[in-house]
Design a protein around this ligand. Structure first.
Ligand code: GLN
Length: 543
């Protein structure tokens, strides 16, 4: 297929990474998109993941961070969540591109005869498809600026076709329609306390080797870069000194736009891309920012899960908790507790927390500790919020310890359980493929009047994002409700239970959906906000 030329006003900022991964490239991309949005431009972001998986859905969160779900059911890289939170915009799965998606499309077309007579090659066929994907998103979202972040580090084999496509776009569109920002690291050697620039120099050389000269360099470092370090990088990397931007450690990621703004990164971008902007307005973002700077006290939450070795496994939950605390003037401290280490005899350690949260999860491993924690929170009147797996295992705990169904379980944990209170969604029974086949994305929920859910959402209709294969077995509903667990949210067609609550409790609330994905700084998701409110109350009563 010949690359179809879509001429559109959008300008492109390509964000590449050097030295190593984990430098917060996604946060830099989101922050500069935010700054341009505050200049009155229509901006969005794309994340390119050069790995061979079709999407993030089949990857272990401990290896790659959480799987972020979009409204349209995309199982995406966690950077999509960062973009949504910074830009306060819902994105679609088209904003996450992987190698498998690009090659899949080209291979499909080749079989259909779309390239008859041609030898199908990385250049131009793969690179054309990459460029098509990027431009189509810019056009369909009618953007002024599209920030395209390339995952991985320059020099990786997988990212080469993507960087090549970006290089071609600069050639085609020119200097005032494309811009390259390279994110690197300047480590500080503890012994001498000196900031080292050599890794940055080398990664810029690597980028140049494939034909890309960065226009701006943002340098991650422990401390702000001093003038002489900036000068040195400028000289070796061939960028103006004022375009070497320090992206140093800060207390909250939401302060990164301010750090970049103070060094004039948006001015540099506007000038280089000749953007037509409106007066810069800190406005509402400033309110958000200030709430992350001044806390009157703190609140302590126990997060009991199975992927606790990597905090990024639960990144959206962490943010939703922090958004809620900040809204109420509190700093949220989260302790991650490995559910495999939590047995009945050490549950007392949970008394040290103001609230207990159980996040999503899969499989039998670690479920015992989660069920014990869900039960402990109920018995000890500790505020509890359960998300997805945390909803399902709160059901199991209630079945076992209140309904006297001592062998009750989820069929995910025990396929032969006597009382399958959680079982496979009916439409899942014929599914063999694991990728992209869960109940995914946004679905409408009816909220019962005069319930906690109704009070906290202030509505009888909500829409939330999902990612699950199992659900509550409604044969048990009457038994549960007679004993005090109310199902206060039901999918719009009544077929599945979405929210549970126990009215006679400080706060015992769990949701089948992933409430965390729609929480935004300054606008915390309502279930999280009420949970933190209850946890603060609990803290004040206890102290
Ligand atoms: N494993 C459960 C299910 O598939 C819960 C999923 C989750 O927590 N995201 O339904």
């Amino acid at each position: 297929m010949q690359e179809s030329e879509v001429v559109h006003k959008a300008k492109y900022i390509f964000v590449t990474g050097g030295v190593m991964s984990g430098l917060g490239k996604g946060i830099v991309a989101a922050s500069l998109a935010k700054l341009l949005q505050l200049c009155g431009l229509k901006v969005s972001c794309i994340k390119i993941d050069p790995y061979l998986n079709f999407d993030a859905g089949t990857m272990n969160p401990v290896m790659h961070g959480e799987v972020f779900v979009t409204n349209d059911g995309g199982e995406c890289d966690m950077d999509i969540g960062t973009y949504e939170r910074f830009l306060d915009t819902d994105l679609t799965k088209n904003h996450n591109i992987t190698t498998a998606q690009i090659y899949g499309k080209v291979m499909e077309l080749e079989r259909k005869g779309g390239y008859l007579g041609q030898c199908v090659q990385i250049i131009p066929h793969i690179t054309d498809e990459i460029k098509n994907r990027i431009r189509t998103t810019a056009k369909s979202d009618d953007l002024d600026v599209l920030v395209v972040e390339c995952g991985g580090t320059v020099g990786d084999i997988e990212s080469l076709p993507f960087l090549e496509a970006m290089r071609q776009m600069r050639l085609q569109y020119g200097m005032d329609k494309t811009l390259f920002i390279h994110v690197t690291l300047a480590p500080v050697l503890d012994v001498v306390g000196e900031i080292k620039t050599k890794p940055t120099q080398h990664s810029v050389q690597e980028l140049r080797r494939i034909g890309i000269q960065p226009d701006i360099i943002t340098v991650r470092s422990k401390v702000p870069l001093d003038a002489s370090t900036k000068r040195k990088i400028s000289l070796f990397a061939n960028v103006e000194e004022k375009d070497v931007i320090s992206s140093h450690d800060s207390t909250s990621i939401y302060t990164v736009p301010e750090i970049l703004e103070e060094q004039g990164i948006h001015i540099a971008i506007i000038r280089k891309l000749a953007l037509d902007t409106k007066p810069f307005r800190w406005g509402e973002w400033n309110g958000v920012l200030n709430s992350y700077k001044n806390f009157k006290n703190d609140v302590k939450i126990a997060m009991v899960g199975k992927y606790v070795k990597l905090a990024d496994s639960y990144v959206s939950i962490n943010h939703a908790l922090v958004h809620s605390g900040a809204k109420l003037g509190y700093k949220t401290n989260i302790d991650f507790i490995d559910s495999e280490l939590l047995e009945n005899d050490n549950l007392q350690s949970l008394n040290n927390y103001d609230g207990i949260l159980i996040p999503g999860g899969f499989g039998e491993r670690g479920s015992k500790g989660i069920i014990a924690a869900a039960n402990y929170a109920r018995v000890k009147n500790i505020p509890y919020l359960g998300i997805c797996f945390g909803f399902q295992l709160a059901v199991v705990a209630f079945a076992r310890y209140v309904c006297n169904l001592s062998n009750a379980s989820s069929t995910e944990i025990d396929p032969n359980t006597e009382d399958p209170v959680i079982y496979l969604l009916p439409e899942q029974s014929h599914i063999d493929n694991m990728g992209g086949t869960m109940r995914l994305g946004s679905h409408e929920i009816d909220v019962m009047p005069n319930t906690i859910a109704n009070k906290l959402y202030g509505s009888t209709k909500i829409e939330k994002r999902h990612r699950h294969r199992y659900e509550f077995n409604q044969e048990y509903r009457n038994r549960f409700e007679k004993l005090g667990m109310i199902f206060s949210g039901v999918s719009y067609d009544g077929s599945r239970m979405e929210i549970l609550e126990i009215p006679n409790h400080n706060f015992y609330f769990a949701v089948q959906y992933h409430a965390e994905f729609t929480s935004r700084p300054g606008k915390p998701e309502e279930a999280f906000l009420s949970f933190i409110e209850a946890s603060i109350k609990n803290k004040n009563v206890r102290s």
